[in-house]
Unconditional design. Sequence first.
Lengths: 110, 112
Amino acid sequence: QQKVQQSPESLIVPEGGMASLNCTSSDRNVDYFWWYRQHSGKSPKMLMSIFSNGEKEEGRFTVHLNKASLHTSLHIRDSQPSDSALYLCAASGGNYQLIWGSGTKLIIKP
Amino acid sequence: DMKVTQMPRYLIKRMGENVLLECGQDMSHETMYWYRQDPGLGLQLIYISYDVDSNSEGDIPKGYRVSRKKREHFSLILDSAKTNQTSVYFCASSPGHSTEVFFGKGTRLTVV
């Protein structure tokens, strides 16, 4: 069973709307979460990271983390067509290498 | 300009041929990775290298081997390529093994 689960697998959001993506780890050794964005035909690039309980905001992007449930979520407000991409969640902790989820494909409809 | 460079970007090989994918980074990162990405499967780790000649198998090492003789260079070798190794291969590097990962642009390998 995959140790990092992302949901939903795909998501369609109207332009200007809010996109909410979820990620949960089943590995209790994890203590750091990463969100990467991968546009079609491109390589993944780190978007945001979080290791403290609570939320972190950068522009239109907000990440939440609940360490007790090992759940993180990424919220994109005022979604733009350029936000259409595959969003990958990854978790790390201790000496563990990154564990990757299989991604959420986000489509922003104009 | 910090970057990870992969060569070649596109490659078509016949089944049974040997394949060499090259990767370089100019950030003096200790840790380097080879991933493959197939639709719907996210990133699958093939090998991780913690430094020169310090390589460990990832989740799917079968059919692959690696070489790291210089810190800035990490190669992936497919001996006798198979059609199920058709994929996009990403090389990546990071300062440590639990830090931000920087990816190359990828190599699209087709084995026919």
